[in-house]
Design a protein around this ligand. Structure first.
Ligand code: M6R
Length: 613
């Protein structure tokens, strides 16, 4: 939440900053602002998207080779021009941008007000820059970085910050705790940003700052990193492998559509070098190193949020069904606060696209203190969760920019399925035959997904028929119950249609009261093991005039005749079926949202990476 970018070097800063803000806009888009130093201190900010800021800045003198920018997702204070970042110190000499929450801002603000400070905004961020100003008042020669360090010692909460000083056009100070900050190192130029996307055009050398590190960049002297305890650190400079094309829409109307269509490739990438059905092997490097922990685990606990939590739900079916390991799934936000019983025999798996979700990060940090073995399944390379876990597997889906998660979800499922197959086989819980069948069907998934993508026009037609609904129900059983949850989440977050996912059999315990001729009911009806029961559920919906959209197995004429609309997907072993059944639901939500004129890639109130608890 909130994107930050800063630059110092020989180039014009503004084009780099505004381009960086466009790339970081997925992190928040309720207001944006910039600070540029060019003799004078140019601070501009505006409620709305980065494009609104650009309009405001048309014709302004924004030359200068040092500057920073921010795109906001509001926490403290409504989204408006005043609460937008940057925020200035009382004397106007310092400017700050911030991603995170200063939890003790109210008491700090009160103390500063007692000292005569007045505040323009409702934000916690403005309090921090006044605090730094106040600390410097006492000691005129105190450097900006030292004053920042002292101020941060008084702060509780999460921050990634960048600070500029009007009279010092050669220096940038940044710091981080629990919110990401990446230092990019170019040839005589430096970048700071929430992720590497604003800098990939210029450099592939980065340092991912650790919590409670403060970086000082000086134009001609380079950078220095210190801890909040004032110890100099020398982190390794990493080389990132991120191509600019991966960050563009590539001819698609929306990132979400591009990401849906990328899935045959991204699922294959998740499996690359990890599976060979012909030779009969499947392995994950991060697991192999710790196989005994997995094989001897008394319990697996999966923790995540949102769509990643739905992947965890499916993994519960996979681990229990294939590997016979007791498995639990926890919302990360609840896990941490309910004092869970965790032992060193537990394996805790954290699933996250961004690797930065604050709730998930906090959950694993607290589980770590109880001695559990932590495994991360993460897409974003170099993010915080992989650094916190003992081992893990990257999903290799490439950057996911659409706020609604699609390709990240199927890549998580691919990795989790491989894990369950490996464990089931090594524990002797699945037969040799079944093992080989699962491997070869898993390898065929990219081609099967491509077939479903070809049905986009048919799904678009169905979208047109239900686009005006106010509510929708999604039903599924077994492996496809979490897909019902995921289908409902996709619809509500991008089209603002209220949607609920339920286990199909639960419908009669309440939700059935909602069904009438206006209610679309999406039923995932591919499970062979519960076929007759699903047919009964469809009849129950039809008897109440609900509009049935059934996801069926190719050639299932019986359900096809009963449903108002049906979408056929290829036959596959049931544990692998979520990888296919989710695809039509993604496409359906996408088309409905577009038809309703919604901003598909940037739905209201949401942000891609939720770095506040
Ligand atoms: O980056 P993470 O996977 O940890 O994010 C978790 C959720 O915030 C995320 O899945 C969210 O629910 C998406 N908007 C779903 O499309």
């Amino acid at each position: 939440m909130c994107g930050i970018v800063a630059y110092v070097g020989d180039r014009e800063a503004y084009p780099i900053i505004i381009d960086g803000l466009r790339r970081l806009e997925y992190r928040g888009y309720d207001s944006a602002g910039v600070s540029i130093i060019n003799g004078s201190f140019n601070n501009y900010k505006k409620q709305g998207k980065v494009s609104d800021l650009e309009q405001l800045l048309e014709g302004k003198d924004l030359h200068g080779t040092i500057g920073m920018g921010h795109t906001r997702w509001a926490t403290h204070g409504v989204p408006n021009d005043v609460n937008a970042h940057p925020h200035l110190s009382g004397d106007g000499n310092l400017s700050i941008i911030h991603n995170g929450i200063i939890e003790n801002y109210a008491s700090l603000k009160q103390a500063l007000e007692n000292l005569g400070h007045t505040f323009k905004s409702d934000t916690d961020t403005e309090v921090l820059i006044h605090l730094i100003e106040e600390i410097r008042k006492g000691e005129k020669d105190l450097s900006l970085e030292e004053a920042t360090r002292q101020a941060l010692q008084k702060v509780d909460g999460a921050y990634a910050i960048v600070i500029l000083e009007k009279d010092n056009p050669d220096k940038i100070v940044g710091a981080k705790k629990s919110s990401p900050l990446v230092l990019g190192i170019g040839d005589g130029e430096y970048f700071l940003a929430s992720d590497a996307s604003p800098m990939v055009k210029y450099t592939d050398k980065v340092i991912y700052l650790e919590d409670e590190e403060i970086v000082t960049i000086e134009r001609d002297k380079g950078y220095q990193i210190r801890t909040i305890e004032n110890k100099v650190t020398n982190p390794k400079v990493l080389q990132i492998d991120l191509k600019i094309e991966e960050l563009e829409k590539g001819g698609y109307d929306h990132f979400m559509l591009k990401e849906i269509y990328q899935q045959p490739v991204t699922i294959a990438e998740s499996m690359r070098g990890r599976i060979n059905a012909a030779e009969g092997w499947c392995k994950l490097g991060g697991m192999e190193l710790h196989m005994n922990r997995f094989l001897n685990a008394k319990r697996i606990i999966l923790t995540a949020c949102g769509t990643s939590w739905h992947a965890a739900m499916i993994a519960e079916y996979l681990f229990e069904d294939l590997a016979r390991i007791p498995t639990e799934v926890e919302y990360a936000s609840e896990f941490r606060y309910r004092n869970p019983i965790i032992t060193p025999d537990d394996v805790i798996i954290a699933i996250s696209q961004s690797g930065e979700t604050a709730d998930t990060l906090a959950a694993i940090k607290s589980a770590k203190t109880k001695g559990a073995f932590l495994y991360g399944i993460v897409n974003n390379v170099g993010s915080s969760i992989p650094r916190e876990t003992h081992s893990g597997s990257y999903t290799h889906a490439g950057p996911e920019i659409g706020v609604a998660s699609t390709k990240a979800f199927t890549s998580q499922l691919t990795v989790l399925t491989m894990m369950a197959i490996i464990l089931g086989y090594q524990k002797g819980k699945i037969s040799e035959d079944y093992y080989h069948r699962l491997l070869s069907e898993l390898e065929s998934i990219p081609a099967q997904v491509a077939k479903i993508l070809n049905k986009s026009e048919q799904i678009k037609y169905i979208a047109g028929e239900v686009r005006n609904a106010s509510n929708a129900l999604y039903l599924g059983r077994g492996y496809n119950f979490p897909i019902a949850l995921e289908g409902a989440l996709k619809l509500k977050e991008i089209s603002y249609i209220h949607a609920e996912g339920y286990p199909a059999a639960e419908m009669k315990h309440g939700p059935i009261a909602l069904i009438d001729m206006y209610m679309p009911v999406v039923i995932i009806a591919t499970n062979e093991s519960a076929r007759e029961k699903i047919i009964s559920n469809i009849q129950e919906v039809k008897a109440r005039k609900g509009i049935v959209i059934a996801i069926i197995t190719e050639g299932d004429d019986k359900i096809k005749e009963m449903a108002d609309f049906s979408i056929e997907i290829p036959m596959i072993e049931e544990p692998l079926s979520p990888l296919l059944s989710v695809i039509p639901l993604q496409i359906l939500s996408y088309h409905i949202a577009v038809m309703r004129g919604c901003h598909v890639d940037q739905p209201r109130n949401l942000a891609k990476s939720v770095t506040v608890e």
